[in-house]
Write a protein that binds this ligand. Structure first.
Ligand code: SF4
Length: 349
């Protein structure tokens, strides 16, 4: 039996794996480092898969700041920290919020080894350890729709129009399951022409580009669509929108990139129950590990695999006796395995 959510979640993990191995689909010979993450974005819009195209050298320098993301307060400090000792209020631009939050961020950056601090009288002085590198070249958003029929294309069309108008990502794509047939043009009718379409075979991880995307103007002001008329015949209301300036977009992009750097796409296990006796990891192409529920006999979603799952059973204590409590049971080992793979994708850590 095909589990109703199996195909979409599982397809999403396969897209991530494909992107990690094969991005970009049209190789222009540029040597880039790639970071793949999933389920990230802004308050209003979350993308299924994100690919960061990074300058390789700068990407390795990013590792100096540790595997955890830098939030906006930390970014303000490390990006503006001076090369020589200086009083922090002289060195940093006014943050637009009280200085006490900056002091907290300075202490956090110091604790992480990302900044040097010293006291001069009762003044805190700071000095950078490394310049924060400009490591993200491009951000690509991919929506996964394994079964892109006409109705799925219609729903997706609205989301992609939002992405195109805001132009927060450099490119937006739709990945759908390869059917082996010529894609019906009707499927494209409701998708903005700026969005690319990729046909992916989740078994073999072979992909074909059905439609190439246009690069979006990330350095120009974007339009955030707040509300749109529902389109009924009596609906004369206007759409509501606001402009977003390029500086705000750049900040949002960097915050997304930092979260992607920390999380990657294997972090699905963080929101699941690997401590359940039915939880397993299964490899499909000899390399990729996906979650598998031995009770439901499918690749379960994170929403199902939670404390409220009726089939949840804690892994028996006896499973943990070897190496426990230091290594934990199979659940802990699954987490460690995925964490190791995530770290291997971040050179320099
Ligand atoms: S039984 Fe429920 S909690 Fe346990 S692995 Fe399966 S989905 Fe997850």
């Amino acid at each position: 039996m095909i589990h109703p959510d199996d195909s979409e979640f599982s397809f999403e993990l396969r897209t991530c794996r494909w992107a990690e191995r094969a991005w970009p689909p049209a190789d222009d010979g540029t040597d880039r480092a790639i970071v793949v993450a999933r389920q990230l974005g802004t308050k209003r819009r979350r993308w299924d898969t994100i690919v960061l195209e990074c300058d390789r050298e700068a990407f390795e320098q990013r590792a100096n700041f540790g595997p955890k993301r830098l939030d906006s307060d930390l970014l303000h400090v490390v990006r503006n920290a001076p090369a020589e000792w200086a009083y922090y209020r002289d060195a940093l631009p006014h943050p637009g919020y009280p200085w006490r939050y900056v002091r907290e961020a300075i202490h956090r950056a110091d604790d992480r080894g990302a900044l040097e601090t010293r006291k001069n009288g009762n003044r805190i002085e700071i000095r950078r350890k490394w310049p924060y590198p400009n490591w993200v070249d491009r951000i690509v958003a991919i929506e996964n729709k394994p079964d892109l029929d006409a109705s799925a294309a219609r729903n997706l069309g609205t989301q992609l129009e939002y992405d195109v108008a805001l132009a927060l990502a450099d490119e937006v794509w739709v990945a759908s399951r390869e059917t082996g047939e010529r894609v019906e043009p009707v499927l494209f009718e409701d998708l903005p022409v700026e969005a690319g379409v990729l046909a992916l075979d989740p078994e073999t991880l072979a992909a074909d580009v059905s439609w190439y995307p246009r690069s979006l103007a990330v350095d120009e002001p974007g339009t955030r669509i707040l509300e749109r008329p529902d389109g009924g015949t009596r609906d004369g209301s206007a759409a509501r929108f606001e402009y977003v300036d390029p500086a705000e977009k750049a900040e949002m992009r960097l915050r997304i990139a930092e979260r992607a750097y920390e999380r990657g796409w294997r972090s699905f296990v963080d929101t699941m129950r690997p401590d359940c006796r039915h939880f397993a990891l299964r490899g499909t192409d000899g390399i990729q590990l996906r979650p598998y529920c031995e009770s439901k006999e499918c690749c379960q979603t994170a929403a199902e695999c939670s404390g409220s799952c009726p089939a949840f059973e804690p892994e028996p204590p006896v499973w943990r006796t070897r190496g426990w409590p230091i290594e934990g049971g199979p659940g802990k080992r699954s987490k460690q395995l995925l964490e190791d793979r995530r770290r291997r994708r971040r050179p320099g850590l």
